[in-house]
Design a protein around this ligand. Structure first.
Ligand SMILES: C[S@@+](CC[C@H](N)C(=O)[O-])C[C@H]1O[C@@H](n2cnc3c(N)ncnc32)[C@H](O)[C@@H]1O
Length: 232
C-alpha cells in the first residue's frame, strides 16, 4: 500500500502549497507554541511536504531540518528555503528509518499527517525508534493528525470549526479541487488509509520514551483526529 501512496506524493499533486494546508500549519504552529517554546530550538519536520510548517517556525528556530520521501516536495522546499543557511532539506526513503544519517540531535520533532500513509502500525513504532536516535533528554516528538480506529467522524464539528477558525472558503476550494481531480479519492478507495490504534501505540512505546500523551484537542483542521505527544 505505502508504495502506491509514495508514488502519488512523489509527483506533482493537488495539495502542494494549498491554502488549506497553509491554514492547517498555522493552527498546528499556534498549538505547539502553547505546549512548548520553539525559540532557538533545533527542529525536525518529518514528512515536511511543501514546507508550510517550516514557513511558520523559521523565525523562531535555531536550525530546521525537513525530510520527505517525495522528490517533488524536497525540490519545492529546497527552492523555497535556499536563502536560509539554517534550513536543510533531505530526501529520505519510506518510513524515515535512518534519521540518524542526519547526524544531528533535535529539541522538537514534528510529523504531521503522515503516518496514515504507512502500511502498518509497526512502521510507526520503527519511526519512533528512529526518532529516538536523533533525540536528547527532553526532546518532544509530536505525531499529529492520526486517523484513529475509534475516530468519531463528526462532519458538523468539522464544518463548524472551519467557520469559527476562518478557513471555510479554503475548505470548499480544496473540496472542489478534490472533486475535479479524482486520483487521490481513487487511491483512497483502493488503498485505504491506515487507521491507527493510538492507545495501543502509546502502550507499546512505554519503554522507548519518558512519557507520552494522547491529545484529543482539535489541533489540525481534521478536528476529529488524535495526536500523540512523546517526550524522550
Ligand atoms: C498530507 S501530507 C502532509 C505534509 C506536511 N506534513 C503538512 O502537514 O503539510 C503527507 C506527507 O507524507 C509524506 N508521505 C506519504 N506517504 C509516506 C510514506 N509511506 N512514508 C513516508 N512519508 C510519506 C508525503 O510525501 C507528504 O509530504
Amino acid at each position: 500500500m505505502s508504495d502506491n501512496w509514495i508514488n502519488y506524493w512523489s509527483k506533482k499533486n493537488i495539495w502542494s502549497s494549498s491554502p488549506l494546508w497553509q491554514k492547517n500549519s498555522i493552527i498546528l504552529y499556534n498549538f505547539s507554541q502553547k505546549k512548548f517554546s520553539l525559540k532557538n530550538k533545533k527542529i525536525l519536520d518529518i514528512g515536511c511536504g511543501s514546507g508550510e510548517l517550516i514557513e511558520n517556525i523559521l523565525n523562531d528556530a535555531k536550525y530546521i531540518s525537513g525530510v520527505d520521501i517525495s522528490k517533488n516536495y524536497v525540490s519545492i522546499c529546497k527552492k523555497k528555503f535556499s536563502k536560509y543557511k539554517n534550513i536543510k532539506i533531505n530526501l529520505f526513503k519510506k518510513n524515515y528509518k535512518s534519521l540518524n544519517k542526519l547526524n544531528k540531535k533535535f529539541d522538537i520533532i514534528f510529523c504531521n499527517s503522515v503516518v496514515q500513509y504507512f502500511t502498518n502500525e509497526n512502521q510507526i513504532i520503527d519511526l519512533i525508534r528512529s526518532v529516538k536516535k536523533v533525540s536528547t533528554k527532553g526532546t518532544k516528538f509530536l505525531i499529529s493528525d492520526i486517523m484513529d480506529k475509534d475516530e468519531n467522524k463528526n462532519y458538523i464539528k468539522f464544518i463548524l470549526y472551519s467557520f469559527v477558525r476562518g478557513y471555510f472558503l479554503s475548505l470548499m476550494y480544496q473540496a472542489i479541487i478534490l472533486f475535479l481531480n479524482p486520483k487521490y479519492r481513487n487511491l483512497e478507495n483502493d488503498y485505504k488509509l491506515l487507521e491507527i490504534d493510538t492507545k495501543k501505540i502509546k502502550n507499546k512505546i512505554n519503554k522507548l520514551c519518558k512519557k507520552s500523551v494522547i491529545i484529543e484537542e482539535p489541533i489540525t483542521i481534521n478536528v476529529n483526529r488524535k495526536h500523540l505527544l512523546i517526550e524522550f
